[in-house]
Design a protein around this ligand. Structure first.
Ligand code: RP5
Length: 361
């Protein structure tokens, strides 16, 4: 069975290193840069999922295997876990419980269920102002998906997504919860994640090498989120009509340098420092985010960009002050044991790979 699917994929010219993934690296649902999303639990469960797909045409299988692009290219071995935090039992900031979705029921191809909300459970349905209207109601307004709708970008980095009776469907499959949740938009919600890095330097001015990997240790700027208390990249939503490059700068300024509380000369100095640093970024990821707020009909996507200060002359001197929805801000060693929000750990791993820095052993 595995062979059948594998051959289909290879014939379609889609998965050059499929062998590796089918032979042991799979666990749960993964987004593999430049390769695919695969819905399965484990190498041993792989056969079960593949059996259920046996006999399906490539197009049908393609509904649960989706292509994503990252600039790191297909030589990257890094797999970005998709759809694990987006299935956590209790929906954030609520008492609503998701219907449990085991790994082999994530795919829309297979029968499964999600929790339908009652009126009292509905989260954010009556607002706030930046949120979409309720399109679930019979006479509800219709929105235009898979395109730029007014000044709202409803195009997904993952490609064309399905809409069933006008309601968009999560391209990574079932989450156990219907509707929009606390996200503002039905369908993709676009964010921008600036990953600001520098090397860890010893007192004598040398790069600090990790004692086991012998690779230099990177540091990155992280914020503690007010909502979940988790450490995260200082990213945020791209506003309607805003360019991603602007959102990257704005979010970093607001969350890591508290620019919203500054004015006059101080604000100007911060804006100039951020503008200088953000002149030369390298995109490391664009695509789906495994965010705990995701639902069957609304999900996070992001573009993550690395701004690396190689000689430590600019970023290291930044006056960091937490602001907006950040409770704290600090430099963290890449590869340390802190757990990061959503898929952020995978984005940091992409940066570590790019800069040949130490990552977890
Ligand atoms: C994550 O949520 C993105 O990666 C980004 O960091 C963040 C944006 O949401 P807010 O911080 O604006 O809540 O999925």
């Amino acid at each position: 069975m595995v062979k059948t699917v594998k051959n289909d994929l290879l014939e379609a010219g889609l998965i050059p290193n499929v062998e590796k993934y089918l032979n042991g690296l799979l666990s749960s649902v993964w987004i593999v840069p430049q390769t695919f999303i695969y819905s399965d639990a484990s190498p041993s469960g792989c056969g079960a999922w593949v059996s259920e797909c046996a006999g399906m045409k490539w197009d049908e299988i393609g509904l649960s295997l989706k292509w994503l692009k990252t600039p790191l290219g297909e030589n990257s071995n890094i797999m970005i876990p998709g759809h694990i935090k987006a299935r956590q039992a209790v929906y954030p900031k609520s008492k609503v419980e998701r219907f449990p979705v085991p790994d082999n029921k994530v795919s829309w191809m297979l029968n499964g269920r999600s929790t339908a909300l009652s009126d009292t459970q509905r989260i954010n349905s009556a607002g706030p102002v930046w949120a979409d209207p309720d399109i679930m109601q019979e006479a509800g307004p219709s929105l235009k998906f898979n395109c730029v709708d007014g000044n709202v970008n409803r195009i997904s980095y993952t490609g064309h997504y399905e809409c069933i009776e006008g309601i968009p469907r999560n391209p990574c499959g079932r989450t156990g919860l219907m509707e929009r949740g606390t996200l503002g938009k039905w369908g993709p919600n676009h964010a921008a994640d600036p990953i600001v890095t520098r090397w860890k330097i010893s007192q004598s001015g040398e790069k600090v090498l990790h004692s086991c990997s012998d690779k230099p240790i990177l540091k990155f700027i992280s914020i503690r989120r007010v909502d979940s208390g988790e450490w995260a990249i200082p990213g945020g939503m791209v506003d309607a009509g805003e360019k991603v490059s602007q959102a990257l700068k704005r979010e970093f300024g607001e969350e890591a340098m508290n620019s919203l509380a500054l004015e006059g000369e101080k604000l100007k100095a911060v804006e100039e420092a951020v503008a200088d640093l953000f002149e030369h970024g390298v995109e490391v990821y664009r695509g789906y985010v495994d965010d705990p707020r995701n639902t069957d009909n609304a999900w996070m996507e992001t573009m993550a960009v690395n701004y690396h200060d190689d000689d430590g002359n600019s970023v290291a001197k930044f006056p960091l002050h937490a602001g907006d929805d950040a409770a704290a801000v600090q430099w963290h060693d890449v590869g340390s044991d802190i757990k990061l929000y959503a898929s952020h750990s995978s984005f940091i791993q992409l940066v570590a790979e790019r800069l040949r820095a130490h990552w977890h052993l």
